[in-house]
Design a protein around this ligand. Structure first.
Ligand SMILES: Cc1cc2nc3c(=O)[nH]c(=O)nc-3n(C[C@H](O)[C@H](O)[C@H](O)COP(=O)(O)OP(=O)(O)OC[C@H]3O[C@@H](n4cnc5c(N)ncnc54)[C@H](O)[C@@H]3O)c2cc1C
Length: 229
């Protein structure tokens, strides 16, 4: 059936006309990122997963993944912070370890605050997935947590580069963490677009409840799904 709506179908890698082309990315290289190319692929009717409103279907999958992808960053943040502490304790300048300088200790303290806050944000949001209480289409709590953790992780990566001096810029834990963390700026909902989706939700949630206009509701749902894609 040819409609303007989006459908979801299952496509096998081995289907004629399907090509998965690896892409070279800045980080998360073990993820195996690739571009899916399809040329006149014929899909049997039995592979239809959702016949209508495919965007909502995809949104439901992304909504849960959004926080799970960010969760990996949180463990990496603590490891990077500990790496910085070890490095600065074993690097001697002016006859003493750099970690003895109060300004360096303050920077490590700010790192620890960032790590603890990210951990708290993650642990506060994860039960929403466990309990099934999350809004399956666009959960504000999960989306806000993904956004906050991503910004915190990128900030921590930059802080490590500053603290580790020239060694931070060499291939190693700080360099790799920063490359990986930057993936989440666009993955699972680009940060800027999430901000719009969250702001839109904040406004629509406070609007007086008028008689629901089906056309308006459909447009709002489409806008939210687009914004959080
Ligand atoms: C590590 C990683 C994993 C990924 N995994 C998947 C995956 O599994 N499946 C998949 O389908 N995709 C995946 N993606 C792609 C990802 O979903 C897109 O990169 C993301 O949705 C942004 O889309 P885009 O790259 O087309 O950016 P564009 O649409 O070109 O947008 C570029 C920038 O423009 C701005 N912008 C765009 N639209 C708006 C708007 N409406 N309002 C305001 N600002 C806007 C934002 O700042 C945005 O970052 C992945 C990306 C990465 C980096």
């Amino acid at each position: 059936v040819d409609t303007a709506d989006l459908a979801v179908v299952l496509v096998e890698r081995s289907d004629p006309g399907v090509d998965v082309v690896p892409v070279a990315s800045m980080g998360v290289r073990s993820l195996g990122l690739g571009t899916l190319r399809m040329n006149r692929v014929v899909v049997p009717a039995g592979r239809l997963v959702a016949g209508a409103d495919g965007l909502t279907f995809a949104q439901r999958m992304l909504n849960a993944r959004r926080l799970l992808l960010a969760a990996g960053l949180v463990g990496g943040m603590r490891a990077l912070h500990e790496h910085c502490v070890e490095q600065l304790m074993s690097t001697h300048r002016y006859g003493a370890p750099l970690a003895e300088l109060p300004s360096v200790q303050a920077a490590l303290g700010r790192q620890l605050i960032t790590v603890c806050t990210a951990e708290a944000t993650l642990h506060d949001a994860l039960p929403l997935l466990d309990t099934g209480l999350a809004d399956p289409q666009f959960d504000t709590h999960l989306s806000a947590a993904k956004h906050a953790i991503t910004e915190a992780a990128v900030g921590l990566g930059l802080s490590a580069l500053r603290l580790l001096g020239g060694r931070g810029y060499l291939r190693g834990p700080a360099e790799r963490f920063l490359r990986d963390a930057c993936a989440m700026l666009s993955a699972a909902g680009a940060q800027d677009v999430l901000e719009i989706g969250l702001g839109l939700r904040a406004v629509t949630d406070r609007r007086p409840q008028a008689a629901p206009d089906p056309l308006d509701l459909a447009a709002r749902r489409l806008a939210l799904a687009e914004a959080a894609r």
